[in-house]
Design a protein around this ligand. Structure first.
Ligand code: 13P
Length: 247
């Protein structure tokens, strides 16, 4: 079973998001895979509560703040996201880290907040092109994982997504060897922290320019348990093709 997740980023307001559900035709898809969409916060409730949403399509929030409530204009707390219908929370997406300046410490707090609200955290890690060129891939992604591990270990369930920053929205994808190597490092660290058997149950997703044409190959790489799709998840037909590619 694979996990196929769509991160819509800042696309699809409520009407377009519900339109996606009508066109996605999940009814005829094989049920073995776990399917998740991450709509923008403004569309979260519309998607989660829509009668056009098949229960097999789960819903997550793209970002949360770590406080539960208070004077934090523009933020969404984990309990509020859960109330709006989210079951998952992306934490530490590269755009949060690199566009909005989120630190490892911020991601740790957000993971802990997600766990307190019973949201399943999806911790995103990934190196920049400069970090890759400097041979620091493993160092960077393990540092990002380590920073969140305390919070993750308290979760009933969590996912990790390896998204190399240079592959996001660029049309570049990691080679199978790059993906297998990064995923293997992440799995190894999880095994050290929680034991081999438990680490094997943590889905590690690949993200970065995943498309219908490359999804099957990427998912065949060692330790790649699914994909986190940006641009190609916006169109129901292409997201469906990616689900089909999972077999
Ligand atoms: P793209 O698939 O558009 O490269 O985005 C990947 C991503 O950031 C998913 O979270």
């Amino acid at each position: 079973m694979a996990v196929i997740a769509g991160n819509w980023k800042m696309h699809h307001g409520p009407a377009a998001a519900v339109g996606f559900l009508s066109d996605f035709e999940i009814g005829s898809l094989p049920s073995a895979h776990e399917l998740i969409v991450f709509p923008p916060t403004a569309s979260l409730h519309a998607v989660a509560s829509s009668d056009r949403r098949d229960a097999r399509l789960q819903v997550g929030v793209q970002n949360i703040y770590w406080e539960a409530a208070g004077a934090f204009t523009g933020e969404t707390s984990a309990p509020m996201a859960a109330d709006a219908g989210a079951s998952f929370a992306l934490v530490g997406h590269s755009e949060r880290r690199h566009v909005f300046g989120e630190t490892d410490e911020d991601t740790r707090r957000k993971v802990e907040a997600a766990v307190r609200a019973n949201l399943v955290p999806v911790l995103c890690v990934g190196e920049t092109l400069d970090e890759r060129r400097a041979g620091r891939v493993e160092q960077v992604i393990l540092r990002q994982l380590d920073a969140a591990l305390g919070g993750l270990r308290a979760a009933k369930r969590f996912l990790v997504a390896y998204e190399p920053v240079w592959a996001i929205g660029t049309g570049e994808t990691a080679t199978l060897a790059d993906a297998a190597s990064a995923h293997g490092s992440l799995r190894g660290r999880l095994a050290e922290a929680m034991g081999v058997a438990s680490s094997a149950t943590v889905p590690i997703l690949y993200g970065g320019s995943v498309k219908p044409a490359n999804a099957a190959e990427l998912m065949s790489a060692a330790d790649v348990d699914g994909v986190l799709v940006g641009g190609a998840s916006l169109d129901p037909a292409s997201f469906r093709e990616i689900v089909d590619a999972a077999g």
